[in-house]
Design a protein around this ligand. Structure first.
Ligand code: BGC
Length: 787
């Protein structure tokens, strides 16, 4: 039956039921009308289907593909599309209708604990790669949920922080990857973020979910909440949030019912959400599903993605690839205990994990292995270092594994620094006293300060490889020529990052005072030296770019050039086009990425590369017209092989629109001061930190109420519960802190029915010294939930 016809047959209660999840992962079904439930699962770089068996939750095995931090470095939408197809096959096999991914939030700071799950600091790259992933999944008849819309750029206080961002920066940086992917690939669902944007929770932000997403971009799909992100369900419906996840008990259901009865929510508002949900269910039902790849093929694709994404950062004297005839010395516990994925909701139970050492064994490569450091402790083990240093003199081929241990970065909390464990720096310092002739293989989910590591002859950045953690072997021996390019800048030190002063652990607001100058836009515009720039990556071969031609018509800019493999290995190069407007009437970064193409070339081969860049894509977001403005005049086109290796630079003239200038144009500088930022926002700044005191409410945290008796009791009970799950947590202390900082409404929602929202309200009343009403609510809540 058609969605509109079903809508007419639904009772009010049935309609409201559809606006809520039935459990942790699925939507509600209505048997009477043949409305089926839709099953979601994490995402994004493989399937994490949680199942209950023998009274316990566990994740079914699935191939763990390289997380976004690595796959984005492929700069290869076709390959990412294939990866999407492969993940969709797992979803079909496991009965999952919607994969909760991809994650396209911008990497504002290297410290964000969840950067490994996001593609890039660059909105264009993130958008294009996400679109390819979505196409791959959805072409197989499985849905996606692009997340977290929007501005979830930190984990600290993610559920209450307000991301304070000026309107133009929102559109050009933080909305852009969503806009590109949504327009190009129409994801079935969009997941809203936990945080507030300019003071309003994303889950009830009409500007975000209706004005921009639906009215401005024309999105027709369903918006779901992040898990526990709903603050006020009634406002959420009015703003366009269709489904709340996970199941939240009767409290929100009843509040919506009351709001409809009282007229606060109109029947039209309810019907808009329900119709979208019915259409989604219809899509799921009628999807043409086909399994293209079996498990082994999927695993091969995971390895292929890793091998085409790993970035060669340095290769002095061409020490790589190694000659297989010499025995290999492997130093570093990460070769044995690989860090291959991140922690949190995306953590996959891998199909077949193979470490670097497993790979060497499988390929029968002769090696000696030494720990070099203790992977489980930050303490320096001088003995392990001494053994590694002593062994060096006997070897020509030496590879040293360094990287971030699991507990250093995870969903739920941010890193406090960009350092590796001290033992690893020391190990490399000591090795360098003996020889620099070694290759460092780096595993991490986000950049680290390299210090002396920069002096090793070769550095191979593998980020997180997914379960094929032996992917780098073929690169080290030259069977695969590295072709990954950095999807983010590697700063020399944390303080160099433009968000440094404003990426903090404040509990109320994050001020995005660097505005548009995120990532390479900042380093490039203001000439700040970096360790490695955006778009950079070496190859074992050399390429020559030539025969540059450019022309324009009314719509597009056409660029032609040839790329030739002039070296001694087959390989791939990524040609990148950046555009700048030096005399712009508004503040702009020096240049921005507008197109890229990856070309594979055999030795001596030459290929023609063509770009067609819509002139409209050079527009800036004009806050006066609330639309994009194409400014006329001179633009500079830069074509190269990284954001700083520019081979051709050429000016063109473009006819533009007539436009009003924004009221206030801030000075062109890396970080605005408070006054400038307030003028840009058009209001006074929200305080970064607040002390949340009595009267407490559902948005207070356990930490806030921990001075009260009931708060202490609750905290103790929760700590006990967390302790029992200790084995699942990478870093107990950080996780505890993050949980204690969650708003109480969210704690209730994530308690899996243990504490309902009305019961939490009762607890809060007691904390507010309203003992009698509090107790009454607790008693009543038990009755309501039984109904
Ligand atoms: C995460 C989402 C995830 C969801 C379900 C949330 O905590 O932010 O990315 O999809 O949990 O596991």
């Amino acid at each position: 039956m058609e969605a509109k016809k079903i809508l007419k047959k639904l009772t009010l209660k049935e309609k409201i039921l559809l606006l809520f999840a039935a459990d942790w992962w699925s939507t509600n079904k209505i048997d009477r009308l043949g409305i089926q439930s839709v099953r979601t699962s994490d995402g994004p770089h493989g399937l994490r289907k949680e199942v209950f068996e023998n009274g316990k939750k566990h994740n079914q095995t699935a191939v763990c593909f390289p997380p976004a931090v690595l796959s984005a470095c492929s700069f290869d939408p076709d390959l990412i599309q294939k990866m999407g197809q492969a993940i969709a096959c797992e979803a079909i096999e496991q009965g999952v209708d919607i994969i909760l991914g991809p994650g396209v939030n911008i990497k504002r700071s290297p410290l964000c604990g969840r950067n490994f799950e996001y593609f890039s600091e660059d909105p264009f790259l993130a958008g294009i790669i996400a679109a390819a992933f979505i196409k791959g999944v959805q072409n197989q008849g499985v849905g996606t949920s692009i997340k977290h819309f929007a501005a979830n750029n930190q984990e600290s206080y993610r559920a209450i922080i307000s991301a304070e961002i000026d309107e133009r920066t929102l559109h050009e940086i933080y909305f852009k990857p969503f806009e590109i992917a949504i327009k190009q690939s129409k994801p079935w669902t969009v997941m809203c973020s936990y945080n507030k944007i300019n003071g309003v929770y994303s889950s009830q932000n009409k500007y975000l979910l209706t004005d921009i997403l639906r009215d401005f971009w024309g999105y027709e799909g369903v918006v779901i909440s992040d898990w526990g992100a709903v603050d006020d369900r009634v406002q959420g419906i009015k703003a366009g949030l269709d489904i709340e996840f996970p199941y939240s008990g009767k409290y929100n259901f009843n509040s919506v019912l009351e709001a409809v009865i009282s007229g606060e929510i109109t029947p039209y508002e309810i019907d808009c959400c329900v119709l979208r949900i019915l259409k989604l269910i219809e899509k799921v039902k009628s999807a043409n599903k086909s399994i293209l790849y079996d498990a082994e093929q999927r695993r091969n694709i995971a390895k292929e993605v890793a091998q085409n994404s790993i970035v060669l950062l340095k290769n002095d004297d061409n020490i790589l690839p190694f000659d297989k005839n010499h025995k290999l010395l492997v130093i570093g516990a990460l070769a044995k205990y690989p860090r291959y994925q991140g922690s949190g909701s995306s953590k996959i139970n891998p199909y077949r994990l193979e470490s670097f050492l497993d790979g060497l064994n499988n390929q029968k490569i002769d090696y000696e292995y030494l720990d070099g450091y203790d992977i489980k402790s930050d303490e320096i083990n001088y003995d392990l270092i001494a053994k590694a240093v002593a062994a060096c003199k006997d070897y020509k081929n030496i590879v040293v594994f360094a990287g971030l241990p699991e507990e250093y970065e995870s969903e739920g909390y941010d890193r406090k620094h960009m350092r590796l464990p001290r033992s690893q720096y020391l190990l490399i310092d000591e090795l360098l006293k003996v020889t620099a002739d070694f290759a460092v293989v780096l595993s991490c989910g986000s950049p680290v300060e390299l210090d002396n590591i920069i002096n090793a002859k070769a550095i191979l950045l593998q980020y997180l490889t997914g379960e094929a953690a032996d992917a780098s072997i073929d690169i080290i021996y030259g069977k695969v020529n590295p072709s990954g390019k950095l999807a983010e800048t590697w700063p020399i030190k944390l303080e160099d990052n433009p968000s440094y002063q404003n990426f903090t652990r404040d509990n109320n607001a994050a001020h995005y005072k660097e505005t548009l100058f995120v990532g390479h836009r900042f380093y490039d515009t203001f000439g700040k030296p970096v360790a490695f720039p955006f778009g950079y990556g070496l190859s074992y071969t050399t390429f020559e770019l030539d025969n540059f031609k450019i022309k324009t018509d009314n719509e597009n800019i056409y660029i032609h050039l040839t790329v030739k493999n002039t070296g001694e290995f087959d390989g791939a190069e990524v040609v990148q086009v950046y555009v700048g407007k030096p005399d712009s009437a508004v503040v702009r970064p020096k240049k921005e990425l507008k197109a890229f193409k990856k070309a594979f070339l055999r030795i001596g081969e030459s290929k023609e590369i063509k770009f067609e860049i819509p002139k409209q894509s050079l527009s800036f977001y004009n806050t006066m017209t609330k639309n994009w403005t194409l400014e006329g005049g001179e633009y500079v086109i830069y074509v190269g092989t990284s954001s700083t290796d520019i081979v051709f630079e050429h000016s063109i003239k473009i006819d533009g629109d007539k436009f009003p200038l924004p009221d206030y144009i801030p000075p062109k500088k890396p970080i605005l001061n408070d006054d400038e930022f307030a003028r840009l926002l058009g209001r006074s700044l929200t305080p970064r930190s607040v002390q949340r005191k009595r009267p407490y409410d559902l948005n207070s945290s356990l930490k806030d109420i921990s001075k009260t008796l009931i708060g202490r009791i609750l905290k103790k009970a929760l700590a006990k519960e967390l302790k029992s799950q200790h084995h699942n947590m990478p870093a107990a202390q950080e996780t505890y802190e993050a949980v204690f900082e969650l708003p109480l409404r969210m704690l209730a929602m994530l308690s899996d029915g243990l504490v309902s929202k009305e019961m939490m309200q009762g607890i809060i009343d007691i904390a507010n010294r309203k003992y009698f009403t509090g107790l009454k609510k607790i008693m009543k809540s038990r009755k309501i939930n039984k109904k």
